[in-house]
Design a protein around this ligand. Structure first.
Ligand SMILES: Nc1ncnc2c1ncn2[C@@H]1O[C@H](COP(=O)(O)OP(=O)(O)OP(=O)(O)O)[C@@H](O)[C@H]1O
Length: 327
């Protein structure tokens, strides 16, 4: 992997230090790279090269974002996660993700690209919301990152590797570096909580001693140590999603890709999931998350990439959900 994807040992240290600085339990099973919360300064306009329609508003400029937070925003369940203390990640160095003039056309819809000539960069430690109407291309965007699908045109680079050229046998190695969380949890029903998380490590050949050490630790971190012998159908939706977050982070990936992870959960339970993702991000893990949750995006004020009919129509630091009708 590219050099900015740092070693797991280093990741663990970073996570511990960040947690100690915050005065919380050390999230030693997640994270790598530069601590997002420690990242100094504001970002440069970091959209990709070329004549793409990306509009980036940064903390450096005097420009007031179109949907800047009002002085007295409405109270929200997500208020504990307001990102006011989180510095904007500088858009310098090697991006974790680069889209260069990416077009994706599904064979079933040859005249309607799901993504059309997209260029953008996402940097290590960023927390990025991907928003837009149903069918705007959010899931397609995420599926390109894990090489579930391959771009029709252009280049998708993750950790410096060109996924459009990557041979199939290398894809499992790419996926070791990417944790994934989905709306429908995707847990194995015939395995316990412990088994589901352990399986992620066993699949990549981790020795039993590592599995035995890391699985209970990550389950403790997500608050499920007491339920490690339960099966998924014995858990609530929120608990199942915490298992899936534990599974995604147990290998300490530098990148977490989340497709509507709170889509099936009520706001109070969603808050618990978002607290976990926020905590993982604060240890340096890059998080890219598609969501329809306006309140969450408006409260957390992270970078927002808005898609419409396969185009990026907004790319904004500390952005809000935007002016969409019902989605
Ligand atoms: N496997 C597929 N074959 C053909 N067309 C597809 C396929 N998957 C998605 N599409 C089309 O691509 C476009 C983008 O779909 P995508 O699932 O990325 O949107 P989305 O923004 O994630 O939507 P939602 O919010 O409803 O999940 C849509 O027009 C959709 O119909």
């Amino acid at each position: 992997m590219a050099t900015h994807f740092r070693s797991n040992e280093q990741a663990g240290e970073d996570a511990t230090q960040a947690a100690e600085a915050e005065g919380v339990e050390a999230p030693t099973a997640a994270g790598e790279g530069t601590s997002a919360s420690a990242a100094p300064g504001a970002a440069d306009a970091g959209a990709g090269e070329g004549p793409d329609p990306v509009h980036v508003v940064t903390a450096k400029t005097d420009i007031t974002p179109v949907d800047a937070p009002s002085a007295n925003p409405a109270p929200s369940v997500y208020d504990p996660l307001r990102g006011d203390d989180v510095a904007v990640v500088p858009h310098t160095g090697t991006p974790t993700i680069s889209f260069r003039n990416v077009t994706l056309i599904y064979p079933a819809q040859p005249n309607k690209p799901a993504l059309d000539d997209i260029s953008l960069d996402i940097y290590p430690g960023e927390f990025v919301f991907v928003v837009g109407h149903s069918g705007s291309g959010k899931s397609t965007f995420l599926r390109l990152l894990t090489r579930e699908i391959r771009a029709t045109k252009g280049q998708v680079l993750v950790a410096g590797q060109d996924l459009t050229k990557m041979r199939n046998w290398k894809v499992p190695y790419l996926r070791r570096q990417i944790g994934t969380v989905f709306q429908d949890f995707k847990l194995l029903p015939d395995k316990t909580v412990y088994g589901n998380v352990a399986f992620a490590l066993e699949c990549i050949g981790k020795p039993k001693s590592v599995v035995k050490a890391q699985v209970p630790e990550v389950l403790r971190l997500v608050g499920l140590a007491e339920k490690m012998d339960n099966y998924p159908d014995q858990l609530s939706g929120g608990e199942q999603q915490r298992v899936s977050v534990a599974r995604a982070m147990v290998n300490r990936p530098p990148l977490l890709v989340c497709d509507e992870p709170t889509g099936n959960l009520d706001p109070a339970i969603s808050l618990g999931i978002m607290k976990l993702l926020d905590r993982i991000n604060r240890t340096g893990t890059t998080v890219v998350m598609a969501t329809h949750d306006r309140e969450m995006v408006d409260s957390m004020r992270r970078r927002v990439i808005a898609l419409e009919a396969g185009h990026v129509v907004r790319d904004q630091e500390r952005g809000g959900y935007g002016f969409y009708g019902s989605l």
